[in-house]
Design a binder for this molecule. Structure first.
Ligand code: AMP
Length: 187
């Protein structure tokens, strides 16, 4: 199964994507996590991304696409994967499709987490991650609604977009994702 998870910060993508990837037995990849780790290690990609991570802005497409192309070529992605937080722009979505077309292995599903902004602000204020200051949170939400939400139309047109109500307990949300994925043609 080849799946992408789309959603604003605080929607529960991280928790759910780990759980769903484990359940399906596919590789989990969070671009945000890879970028943070690569920055901590002092790697070139991390250094290039640092200024954007600090500002709560999207890292430029070419950096993220390079990272994903490299990861997709690794053997653990052959039997399926779940991308958490990628793609986030239309350019990323189109680049991913081009990469997957070369492998004749298109996406099965794009899962969008839908959640009201007040609920997100409440959750994020409790999370306390390093990039969760008020200003950065506001910027990340703005980038999500202005750049990432319009991208979902692309997947809607392709007929592979599934919108999930992300309000509820982790078990409830997990069950909703399971229901959506159960109806998917994996051929
Ligand atoms: P996340 O852990 O998914 O919330 O991502 C944390 C931060 O990493 C984001 O605020 C962006 O700065 C950066 N990032 C992660 N994934 C992407 C992506 N697909 N495109 C651009 N920036 C990204």
């Amino acid at each position: 199964m080849r799946i992408v998870f789309i959603g604003p910060p605080g929607a529960g993508k991280g928790t759910q994507s780990l759980r769903v990837a484990k359940d399906l037995g596919v590789t989990h990849l969070s671009t945000g996590e890879v970028l943070r780790e690569s920055r901590e290690r002092g790697a070139v990609i991390g250094k290039r991304a640092a200024v954007y991570l600090d500002a709560g802005k999207l890292v430029p497409d070419e950096i993220v696409i390079e990272l994903v192309a490299y990861r997709l070529a690794e053997s653990d992605c052959k039997s399926g994967y779940l991308f958490d937080g990628f793609p986030r722009t239309l350019a990323q979505a189109k680049s991913l499709d081009a990469l997957l077309a070369q492998q004749d292995a298109p996406l099965h599903a794009a899962i969008e987490f839908v959640i009201p902004e007040e609920e997100l602000l409440e959750r994020l204020s409790k999370r306390g991650r390093e990039d969760d200051t008020k200003e950065r949170i506001r910027e990340r939400l703005r980038q999500h609604s202005e750049i990432t939400v319009p991208m979902t139309e692309y997947y809607e047109e392709l007929g592979i977009l599934y919108r999930i109500d992300a309000v509820g307990t982790p078990d409830e949300v997990f069950a909703r994702i399971g229901e959506a994925l159960a109806g998917i043609d994996q051929s």
